[in-house]
Design a protein around this ligand. Structure first.
Ligand code: PLP
Length: 366
């Protein structure tokens, strides 16, 4: 049976092997393995790509979120509003600062945080909100930015799934006060290991992130504030520089695949992903919905078509997050989505024939 995997990272390496191997060799030969030329060049190139003034590398997307929160001086006693239907990393980053994650529901038509629910959740302790640009589709930013201005709270974008996505013609990661990206290998721009970055147009926030990500050092061995160690690895930066040059082409291919899925699935009894008018998504995931998701998924698996679920349990229902005090039924749109969503294979190397095979299997099953 010809398997169609949910993702295939090795194919991308094969395609780029000479460039990637040269970048790795260049780094090894340089003798500089921590915060060398590759990291600073990548920071400049990625900031340019995202149309922001500053980028600071970090060890992961989760760390990038924590650093962004810490740069905004958020900690114990503060509240941060975020969606429950997200990678648990978003919420883990908030908890790590000591702040309380106030989780709210999603807009079911878009899967991103519902701005009306944010407005209802704001308290005098609210210091920030984190819109997550889930599946590569930017959140509904206008009401979020308006609220932030009115209430004087920070907007921290979780852009881990949205490298290159546009909202009203502007790049994800350049829309709020500060943003976090992940370069986890499966992301639209993925390293061959862990990595992340914090982006901002605000020089003060950029400077604080730069201090915080390396022991609070401005000058070596002198901690001007308490910081941590969260550096983008030099080797990963060299690899990311190679891959960044291909990102627009890869995102374009993801959009083509999404269009083909939409065409081939138009008569299937599944709900297709939204395409809001104010965005140009980058389809980190192509997420359909079906009331009997688990049986559809099992039937596809039996045909050699691998799918994933992002995410099967909203964070407020995870056993480790019982402290948030939100019971089943409290965020109904997130809970229902978690039961019905299914992420189909989507990556630039997927062929039209494979897409058609996935779609025709779904048409015959749903
Ligand atoms: C929405 C979102 N936020 C944060 C993260 C955390 O990134 P990382 O795995 O690099 O820590 C991820 C990826 O896993 C993600 O998808």
């Amino acid at each position: 049976m010809n398997i169609i995997p949910a993702f295939d990272l090795h194919q991308q390496y094969e395609q780029l092997r000479p460039e990637v191997d040269a970048a790795i060799a260049r780094t090894l030969n340089s003798g500089a393995y921590i915060l060398g030329k590759e990291v600073s060049a990548f920071e400049t190139e990625f900031a340019q790509y995202c149309e922001t003034s500053f980028a600071v590398g970090a060890a992961s997307g989760t760390d990038a979120l924590s650093l962004a929160l810490m740069a905004c001086e958020i900690g114990a006693g503060d509240e941060v509003i975020a969606p429950s239907q997200t990678a648990v990393a978003t919420i883990a980053a908030i908890e790590r600062t000591g702040a309380f994650p106030r989780l709210v529901d999603i807009d079911p038509a878009r899967y991103t945080i519902d701005p009306e629910k944010i407005a209802q959740a704001i308290t005098p302790k609210t210091k920030a909100m984190i819109p997550v640009h889930l599946y590569g589709c930017p959140a509904e930013m206008q009401p979020i930015l308006n609220l932030a201005k009115e209430k004087e709270i920070f907007v921290i974008e979780d852009a881990a799934q949205a490298h290159g996505a546009l909202w009203n013609g502007r790049k994800a990661g350049s829309l709020g006060d500060i943003a976090a990206f992940s370069f986890y290998p499966t992301k639209n721009l993925g390293a061959f290991g862990d990595g992340g970055a914090v982006l901002t147009n605000n020089p003060k926030l950029a400077e604080r992130v730069r201090l915080l990500h390396q022991y609070g050092w401005k000058e070596r061995y002198v901690s001007s504030v308490k910081g941590m160690n969260s550096r983008l690895d030099e080797m990963q930066a060299a690899i990311l520089r190679v891959k960044l040059k291909h990102l627009d082409k890869w995102n374009q291919r993801r959009r083509q695949i999404a269009d083909l899925y939409r065409k081939c699935l138009s008569s299937a009894h599944v709900l297709l992903p939204p395409h809001p008018l104010d965005v140009e998504p980058v389809y980190h995931q192509f997420v359909i919905r079906h009331p009997n998701r688990d049986s559809l998924r099992a039937a596809l698996q039996a045909l050699g078509i691998h799918t994933l679920v992002h995410y099967p349990i909203p964070v407020h229902l995870q056993p480790g997050y019982a402290n948030l005090g939100l019971k089943r039924g409290s965020l109904p749109h997130s809970e229902q989505a978690a039961e019905e969503i299914l992420s189909l294979p989507i990556y630039p190397e997927l062929t039209d024939e494979q897409v058609q095979k996935v779609a025709s299997a779904i048409c015959s099953l749903a």
